[in-house]
Design a protein around this ligand. Sequence first.
Ligand code: NTF
Length: 841
Amino acid sequence: GKEKWPRGEEKIWKECSRHLDEDVQSITKSVVNHVQTSLARQAYNIDDLGAYQAAALSVRDNLLVNWNDTQLHYTRKAPKRAYYLSLEFLMGRTLDNALLNLGLKSQYKDGIKELGFSLEDILEQERDAALGNGGLGRLAACYLDSSASQDLPLWGYGLRYKYGIFQQLISPEGNQLEAPDPWLDNQNPWELPRLDVTYDVRFYGHAERIGETGRATWSGGQEVLAVAYDVMIPGCGTKNTNNLRLWESKPKRGFDLNSFNAGNYEGAVESSNSAAAITSVLYPNDHTTFGKELRLKQQYFWTAASLADILRRFKNLGKPISEFPDFVAIQLNDTHPTLAIPELMRILVDEEELRWDKAWEIVTNTFFFTNHTVLPEALEKWPVPLLEHLLPRRVPERHLQIIYDINMQFLQAVEKKFPGDRDRLARMSIIEEGVPKQVRMANLACIGDRKVNGVAELHSELVRTTIMKDFVEFYGVSKFANVTNGITPRRWLDQCNPELSTLISKTLGIDKTVWLKDLTKLEGLLAHTEDKKFRDEWAAIKQRNKERLAHHVQTTLGLTVNTHAMFDVQIKRLHEYKRQTLNILGVIHRYLTLKAMTPEERKKTNPRVVFFAGKAAPAYYIAKLTIRLIVNVARVINDDPDTKNYLSLYFLPDYSVSLAEVLIPASDISQHISTAGTEASGTSNMKFCLNGGLLLGTVDGANIEIAEEVGESNVFFFGHLTPAVEDLRYQHLYHPVPVEEKSPALANVLNQVSAGLFGDGGVYEPLLNTIRQSDYYLITDDFDSYISALNMVDEAYLDKDEWVKKSIRTTAKMGKFSSDRAIMDYAQEYWNIEQTPVPSS
Ligand code: NTF
């Protein structure tokens, strides 16, 4: 018979159940309790870090009350669920966010104060969870926040890297150095180890086909254990608390007994090390692929464990396997989890013993795929020999065999629709011919999915007309859609800019949870743009945010920032397509222009402080050289008595989510200046605008939709448009025009760098040559129009009143860019899942 739950008296369980601590007294009590019984410390030896840990554990207890209720509610209601598979979740800090979402911040502030600590100080003790590179990983984090806030039954699945994105240091010469990020060293109060939730994941070994059934068995090789760690994701203004499940790899047995018995002790330990290595580190590449075996192992380990877990949960429902897509939707965040497609085929065919066609129907109704870039170097391809080696080794290799089978059926269908078009078959094939052959993951993802989407209107259109053109012609256009990215207004306004949040609530006359969950309500601010008192408060908050940033720079770098200048910010991964070079060359141009002025003329200019932050992939030479140039230009400019009151420049090391939270609210203008057609969306552009910073950018990614919302008169656009890019690149190659002719101003800047104005010019030659030679990212084409745009920004800033109005209008029109809108779009148009609010008991 069925086991009876609960085992004891239900009444007792209910009576003893934990509830949220809502008053200061019980909060103080629970913090002290954790100091004593979790940390084994006391009033006499507790410092800020200890106080942070105790407070975090106490908040975690509260989160768990909601988390448990949510999971039970989802289990009982058994709605269709969505799963977000992402190799990256760039979460940042948790404590402040959890307090705000639980609505307990002021109580904790008081409680902590009674214990003699300041909440502000202890919040600073938390290390960022930096399990991501940039926009793709932060987007995943925003979507988790929105899924909980919108009561959607969604779980994230990722890897629990022991080391997150590297710590960036800057050497005395201005070079980026990388140090590991041991973020788990102080224990992580936000995760729940689930040592009982484990799966075996097999690598290597061999597969044996079973007669003509199409099935196969797979055995031998290395078995690794996947252990679950759960991270609670609280929603705002709701009980719903979702789950992010991160897998850690462990050796299945302490070590390999066979080697040990054969006297090979080292070999035995090695295999256990190699299991642990799988989740040891996040790959720090952004927009490139390295084809490393360990990365492929990560991808397979993670997709296999996640699918096994999803399948187990589905099976608990007792439904026939054919109903799998009625209860499960899986979103593939980029091509990283694409091996989930052959893996689910393997499970359905080999283990569930379904016919191939039936299995394929399930698979293609389960998966959805988001593409995040059209840059060719970022499109994942795996060498066939690597896949052969990693997954079953002997012929026929199971996953590879499945991929070949999928490909064969697919190409037959293509051939039927476009008879004799061999070039088309070669382009659409999952396998790219060559030495070695490669598996094109984007093709596999597209073929194995229900729907493909890009992340902003322009980008989705480029997906349809460039990288997926053949597939659009084959499947029809309706399979290829758009979901413009979004950001969570909880972290990116309420948390990072509390004063502005308060002013907005006061002005709109509504509780913050209302507009934080329906961001279009911000439009109500428009009615107040003519109110001088409101504008003054708005401007005063910006000023205080600038002072907060200046204070941060003072305490971390020991440098004094002029807070009366315009704050101009570009923060993102260093990449040629993002064109930090255009920015720094523009700064040099400004410097040279100022130098040529008389002191009286300079006084009439608009003082400007330029901030850069961002990491370069460790092997990306040109990006690292750009950092070096920025750092050395900063040294010269900031020291020049002629100009330093009018122009200064800071490179803030070790960019992170937490640093972004200080930088973004302080910006007057931010730069999003990618070559048209290269930045799929961008998401920091939305964050700056939400905080009343204006946007200087190219007609690219989500900049376009931001301008549509706020009106073109409130943004500063420049540069060539996407359709011109290809022709310009062609001209650079076949009809080059010297920089001197194209832009004398730019030529002068380049020459000054070469001549050594910022230290040994020779060092920068490789960087300068990318511009002087093929100039793939069109710096020479856009430079003059960039400089005019900067001048227009200066001019606009002189009219302070009008500037503040623009700032208010910008914030007011950002409703569309809430990640709540985006997640609801996925829920309704893709996953077909429903809001499942947990009743407040
Ligand atoms: C990034 N893509 C894009 O470059 C950004 O424009 C976009 O905002 C984010 O994704 C989120 O959609 C990638 O990081 C990757 F991996 F695809 F190259």
